[in-house]
Design a protein around this ligand. Structure first.
Ligand code: GLY
Length: 439
């Protein structure tokens, strides 16, 4: 089989490894992909950057060129713009949510109304299309509840950066004014009640009817240790995470099955990966958001643990018979530490082109895999070419072993001029919990 994966980051690198493990797969193309995806592979893995993730017609051209047996549309813009629909209409077998189904991610106002309609636990919200109305609402909110945590959130896709936190009226008004910078995505925006609790991510794969929920994960979204600093695309992840058996039951009953049934009732059967960004409030899970794809960097710690042939799973989804597949996962813990250019998520332009040392040593360590994002490759030399550069993922029998290996591996890596940044606390909550559980 030939598999075409649409996307360009460490998530798509991870997905390509899941397909590579399948004996049914001979060749993989990742489009647009990135340099590091092709490095040191067991099978033929190509990238092709002659397409744009916001240009479904260009993706169709790539599909026509390579004639893949499966196309996996892994990236949010491509899903939102109807790439799955276009490729399917043109006779390709496609894995991913349709434009209508991925609305659960690309239209956050619609998504919140959907949750309200299907009684899915989620924060209170109001939506606005004018600064004036929103500012008046913020003023009345803080008159009644000074210090309230709220999120001002663009309704459209903003590469994970569209939710801005406020805890007083001045901050709220400043964040409302910032919605303009998101252009069309921020034309409609929400003011949501902030939920205080520990966050988690859960992934379900569904054919619109049957579904399977993978092991939980936790993303570490801010740039600095202990959840401080600016929001990023994700600085690290662990799996499994906080979701205990009781929480898992509620997640399934109140947040996953209701969403999949609801989407079917809305005439948008949900086929693909459903990502629940959740938060545990007073011991109970609530929704922060749904997305229509694997998360990055959570994919890097969840998908490698899937033991069942990924082609069998994806094929069953495409053929609406997921219920027939016995999906198995290993019982390992995984920790992912993201290496970024110093300055990210602000200005990191002076790091571009600097040499990265030590990646080869790190990737040769037992139980360690490196997934590439912004790494340019020239022969066996590596260069910084982006904000988030690579994900170091280590596996272990427990979180302590996985964390130790991940940090031993990234300790080998540096960037010319001391330009590598990474968090040193990934997984700290689960390490604490683990240590308590074994003491
Ligand atoms: N981990 C956050 C995201 O993928 O949106």
């Amino acid at each position: 089989m030939t598999v075409l994966i649409i996307g360009s980051g460490a998530r798509e690198h991870t997905i390509s490894c899941a397909y590579e493990k399948s004996p049914q797969v001979e060749k993989i193309i990742v489009a647009p992909g990135n340099d590091f995806i092709k490095y040191h592979r067991q099978k033929e893995v190509l990238t092709d950057n002659r397409c744009g993730l916001k240009d479904p017609e260009s993706i169709l051209d790539i599909a026509r060129k390579y004639k893949p047996d499966i196309v996996d549309v892994a990236q949010d813009d491509a899903l939102a713009l109807g790439t799955v629909d276009l490729l399917t209409e043109n006779g390709f077998r496609v894995f991913g949510a349709t434009r209508k189904a991925s609305r659960i991610e690309w239209d956050k106002r619609w998504s919140r109304e959907f949750m309200r309609k299907y009684d899915i636990p989620a924060p209170g919200f109001r939506y606005f299309d004018s600064e004036k109305g929103a500012e008046e609402y913020a003023e009345s909110l803080y008159d009644n509840e000074p210090g309230k945590l709220v999120f001002v959130k663009a309704s459209g896709l903003c590469a994970g950066k569209g939710a801005l936190k406020a805890t007083n009226v001045v901050e709220a008004i400043e964040k409302i004014k910032q919605m303009k910078k998101f252009g069309e995505a921020g034309r409609v925006f929400l003011i949501e009640d902030g939920l205080r609790g520990e966050e988690f991510s859960v992934y379900a794969i569904s054919d619109g009817n049957a579904y399977y929920i993978f092991k939980s994960a936790q993303d570490n979204k801010t740039v600095s240790n202990f959840d401080e600093g600016a929001q990023t695309g994700g600085m690290g992840a662990i799996s499994p995470a906080i979701v205990t058996r009781n929480i898992a039951t509620e997640v399934e009953d109140r947040l996953i099955s209701k969403a999949i049934e609801g989407m079917d009732k809305e005439g948008a059967p949900y086929s693909g990966i459903l990502y629940l960004g959740g938060v545990v409030v007073d011991g109970r899970p609530m929704n922060i958001e749904y997305n229509a794809r694997w998360g990055d960097p959570e994919c890097q710690v969840v998908l490698p643990g899937v033991e069942t042939d990924y082609v069998d799973i994806v094929t069953a989804v495409i053929e609406n018979r997921l219920g027939e597949v016995d999906i198995r996962e290993d019982d390992k813990a995984r920790v992912c530490v993201v290496g970024a250019s110093r300055g990210y998520p602000g200005d990191y332009s002076d790091v571009k082109g600097k040499r990265i040392f030590g990646l080869e040593e790190a990737m040769n360590m037992e139980g360690v895999t490196i997934y590439g994002a912004g790494v340019a490759v020239d022969g066996t030399n590596f260069y910084a070419n982006g904000g988030r550069l690579f994900s170091v993922v280590a596996e272990g029998a427990d979180i302590l072993e996985a964390k130790r290996k991940a940090y031993c591996a990234i300790a080998h890596v540096n960037i010319e001029g001391n330009n590598l940044h990474y968090r040193t606390d990934i997984g700290w909550r689960d390490v604490e919990r683990y240590l308590k559980s074994v003491s």
